[in-house]
Ligand binder design. Structure first.
Ligand code: ITT
Length: 197
């Protein structure tokens, strides 16, 4: 028996860390193509004020301009004591430029002296497959640490400790993070749906 060729799908992201995580979560049955691999070098504007809205903008942009079935992930870190900030603005919390160190420094500063450090990551994946548009969501609850710890992962991982863990996401391997993360949960629903159609 020969192993079937992996099915192809485009992941509309410019974030190489997300791409690495999603490839690992989806496994060998999928060939997850990056924007680079389909020749898309556009900076897709994320103009919605919800994760769902931005996920759909990114996926629809690729479907419309490049014709591929694809999915996109929009993720935010929502901190209770900051009324859900940085939320949908997580990438540019400290200003434009996607600088994770600056974003984390501002977050820790805004939480100085704050006893309630509860937070959660939320991921919304939008899939556009043929004429169908579907959404998948994943969430992980935890706390913002007092100081960054760990060098794995990306973004806010060094300051996020999931509930029930003594390590931050940045102190875990990709596999350990993916098993419990917002993205892992959303992506496993995506993969199950794709396998069913
Ligand atoms: P694309 O839009 O190209 O996918 P992005 O980095 O701009 O990539 P988002 O709009 O979803 O992604 O931005 C969310 C920000 O939140 C991102 O820049 C990271 O800093 C952070 N982030 C996203 N997922 C994360 C994760 O799993 N762990 C820690 N931080 C994360």
């Amino acid at each position: 028996m020969t192993t079937p060729a992996p099915r192809k799908i485009v992941f509309a992201t410019n974030n190489r860390h997300k791409l690495r995580e999603i490839r690992e979560i989806m496994g060998d049955g999928w060939q997850v193509m990056s924007l680079e691999e389909i020749g898309c070098h556009d900076d897709i504007p994320e103009t919605a004020d919800t994760l769902r809205g931005n996920a759909e903008i990114k996926a629809r942009y690729v479907k419309t301009h490049y014709g591929y079935d694809c999915f996109a992930d929009d993720t935010g870190l929502l901190v209770d004591a900051l009324n859900g900030a940085p939320g949908v603005y997580s990438a540019r919390y400290a200003g434009p430029g996607h600088d994770s160190a600056a974003n984390m420094a501002l977050l820790l500063k805004n939480l100085e002296g704050q006893a309630n450090r509860k937070a959660h990551f939320s991921t919304v994946i939008c899939l556009i497959c043929g004429d169908e548009t579907r959404f998948f969501e994943g969430r992980v609850d935890g706390e913002i640490t007092l100081n960054p710890a760990g060098a794995e992962g990306f973004g806010y991982d060094p300051v996020f400790r999931p509930d029930g863990e003594i390590r931050t996401f940045a102190e875990m391997t990709d596999a350990e993070k993916n098993a419990i993360s917002h993205r892992g949960r959303a992506t496993r629903q995506l993969t199950a749906f794709l396998a069913s159609i």
